[in-house]
Design a protein around this ligand. Sequence first.
Ligand SMILES: Cc1cc2nc3c(=O)[nH]c(=O)nc-3n(C[C@H](O)[C@H](O)[C@H](O)COP(=O)(O)OP(=O)(O)OC[C@H]3O[C@@H](n4cnc5c(N)ncnc54)[C@H](O)[C@@H]3O)c2cc1C
Length: 544
Amino acid sequence: MNDTADAAVPDSGTPDLDALIVGAGFAGLYLLHRLRGAGFRARVYEAGGGVGGTWYWNRYPGARCDVESLSYSYQFDEALQQEWEWTERYAVQPEILRYANHVADRFALWPDMQFDTRVAAAHWDADGLWRVRLEAEGRAPETVTARFCIMATGCLSTANLPDIPGRNSFRGATYHTGRWPHEEVDFTGLRVAVIGTGSSAIQSIPAIAKQAAQLTVFQRTANYSVPAQNRPLDPAEVAAVKADYRGLREEAKTRFGCFVVDLPRPSALADSPEQRVAEFERRWQTGGLTFMASYEDLLYDAEANETAAEFVRAKIRATVRDPETARTLMPTNVIGCKRLCVDTGYFETYNRPNVRLIDINEQPISEITGSGVAVEGEEIAADAIVFATGFDAMTGSLKRIDIRGRGGLPLRDAWEAGPRTYLGLAVNGFPNLFTITGPGSPSVLTNMMPSIEQHVEWVSDCIEALRDRGATVIEAERAAQDDWVGHVNELADASLRSTCSSWYVGANVPGKPRVFMPYIGGYPAYAARCAEIAAAGYEGFAIR
Ligand SMILES: Cc1cc2nc3c(=O)[nH]c(=O)nc-3n(C[C@H](O)[C@H](O)[C@H](O)COP(=O)(O)OP(=O)(O)OC[C@H]3O[C@@H](n4cnc5c(N)ncnc54)[C@H](O)[C@@H]3O)c2cc1C
């Protein structure tokens, strides 16, 4: 811990809150529980009408997790993980949302959460407090003061809508997968256009196709997808996990992505073509994200990567009957460079007579009209348009808040050339501000539940440590942040993951700086570094 010679912070009196938490997703819920338990006055403000974050907003048909439910869940409370019953290997959105509500009930979190309230601004004041402006429809804006401001705003919570000419002129219904209505949407008998073929599209397209009279999918980039092989959970399997849940969780923490899959073989190139295909096939049949764990070098050696890519292309070729459609669906970039998708019957859906695929590289969308989508040479009539166009990932929600640090520095300016953080947890120039799963942390490259828990516990322990030593202000030092950013970039440069236009680098949002945002060194190395820094008295932080 470095005490700084900075001018002493004047006594700020008692703030309204010790800690103000933005967001009531899994990060915000656990933060509230943990900070309250440590004796802090904490309160959550959430723009949505309930808890769950991602699982509150993403109600589209087919939405489910792609890390197995037994791992994609909290582990901080043994009784909670013992009592909750997941019904499927990959839970559907309504079940995950029920789980979030159960957690809020079980830990009596409701009285300290305020919904339908957007945090519009957070300004660090010379008196050493955050002044946070809250906006709620139908109410006058309100300002709350807090010693610490913790952004649990989510990596994937700001919907990205493409700027297609005429978008507002469409007379039918429009939806974004990440802002899906609460009431059921029935596409029966309708002509539906889905724009986008990322993860949400790949989950929703098979479900929408079953209802729609006609479904037209507009694809910019073909994506790799592996089957989920989803199934109901076998009670014996669940009992075996619960008999040693802690053991599973501890083993997960030794794995890159913080979930347990079969260990990778060393090199795809060291195996014979027959061995390789057998290994890929075994993983394909197992289902889910285990596929990318087939070999250690898949994300580091282009030739090794191509063997896995070609295996998936062969699967597409064998599944999709129309050769032209199959060709269009076959990705040509590095597999795993964009987030690997996990599906249930995605490629098979293109064999349905009511489904058509349009490659917008060949037939660019010129405009959305009152009655459909116009591409070069043709107008496709639609009664409904689904934008499955993803998110302004990792920085979108933070930059939408008017965050101002020391000397009134706007976060938007500090991050103009891309996000800069220390550990993805703190930002130089922004004292007493923490970001849960912020850019520069493993976040979206891992099972996010344990990554969230690791951050929540680190932040909560840090605030307790400050209290214990009578300090009130902590700030990441510039040099430590620069070193961390350099380390994050160096790791990213060594991986094939940073080589394509993905949302990891902000490529899906026009004008967004191209920076590989998550930390790519894996959960174990990252968590160890965070622990060392804390044990060394919060090395790289200035404290006063
Ligand atoms: C469809 C989908 C499927 C996913 N599946 C998986 C999976 O299988 N495994 C996995 O590890 N991860 C998955 N993720 C990632 C997922 O986002 C995380 O696992 C996790 O739910 C994030 O929790 P969080 O609390 O950090 O953020 P979120 O759940 O995003 O919650 C953030 C909350 O902050 C609120 N907020 C933001 N800004 C403001 C503001 N200014 N004022 C007030 N409130 C604000 C938002 O409304 C939101 O409710 C998935 C994401 C999506 C979109």
